[in-house]
Design a protein around this ligand. Sequence first.
Ligand code: AHG
Ligand code: MN
Ligand code: MN
Ligand code: MN
Length: 335
Amino acid sequence: MSENRLTLGEYIIENQSHFEYSSGELSKLINSIRLAAKTVSHKVNKAGLVDIIGAVGDTNIQGEDQQRLDVFANDAFKKALINREIVCGIVSEEEVEFIAVEGKKKTNTNKYVVLMDPLDGSSNIDVNVSVGTIFSVFRRITPVGTPVQKEDFLQKGDMQVAAGYIIYGTSTMLVYSVGQGVNGFTLNPAIGTFYLSHPDIKIPYKGSIYSVNEGYYSHFPDGVKKYIKYCQEEKDDRPYTSRYIGSLVSDFHRNMINGGIYLYPTSSKYPEGKLRLLYECNPIAFLAEQAGGKATDGFKRILDLEPKELHQRAPIFCGSKNMIDKLVDFITSNT
Ligand code: AHG
Ligand code: MN
Ligand code: MN
Ligand code: MN
C-alpha cells in the first residue's frame, strides 16, 4: 500500500526546483529534521521500557521541570542540525541563549536559523499521551559567514521560510510547509520511511471542536469567556465538542484535520499567555494560514507580532476561519 505513495525523500527532490530553496540548503535541513524525528520517535515508543520517563531535576528558562525526554529530544535535534552544519543558528525552548553554529573546517556559510520546541506536551510523556516537536525556519538577516546575532531569530513570523511539527501519536507524522501549502508524511516504523499520506491539508472553514484548558476559565478575559459560553450554547449547530489533550501539536493537528479552534488566552496565571511566540505560536500560525485557517492573539495576526525576546510568550487562538472570526468579534466587543 505505502509503496505507491511518494516518500518524503522523493517529495523533497521532486519539489526542490519549485521552491526558493533550490540551492538544496533547505532540503538538507528538512532531511536532518526527518532523521532526528526518527530517533526521537523510536525513543518515545520505548518510553515505558527504557530509562527515559521522569524529570531530570533541572528547570529550563521558563521555570518548567525538564523531563528526560525534553533533554533527549533537544540533544537529538541539535546534533542532527549541528553535525551536518546545515544551519547557522539554533534557538531551543530548552536552551537559555541562542546557539551560533560554527563551521568545523571553514566559516559557516549557511543562511538558515532554526527555532524549536524539541518536545511539546512533555508533561504527557509519563502517561503515554501524544507529544510532538515544533520547528520554525528563517533566513538570517545579518551577513552570511559572520556569527549569527539575536536579531536573526527575532523576526516576525511572516518572514518564516518553513515551519512544521512532528507528532509522536498513534503513528508518527511529519507535517510541514515551505509556504506552498501543508503536507503530512506518516512514518512506516518497520522500514523507517516517511510517506506522503496527507497531501495539501486544508483546515475546514467551519469547525465544531473547541480546545482550551477550561480549568482556567475564571481567569480568562471576558471576550474569551463569552466565546466559550457561545460554544456551549444549544443553538443552530451548537454546542460544539470540547477536546483538549494538553499537547499543542496534538490539539492543533486534530483541529486542522477535523476543523476546530485552539485557544490559549492570557490569564491571571499567565498574563502574557503561556505558549512561546518563536517556537510554538509562530510555526503553528504559519501552518494554520498555509492550511487556509487563521491564527491571532485576539487583536493581531500572530505572524505580524514583533518579537522582543527569544522565550517571550503570547496568547494564541488558531484554527478554522469561521470560529476565529467569531471569537475575535467577542474579544473586540468586550474590550
Ligand atoms: P511544552 O511541553 O513544550 O513546555 O509545552 C507545553 C504547552 C503545550 O504543549 C500545551 O498545549 C500547553 O502547554 C498545555 O498547557 P496547560 O497545561 O496549561 O493547559
Ligand atoms: Mn516545556
Ligand atoms: Mn511546547
Ligand atoms: Mn517543549
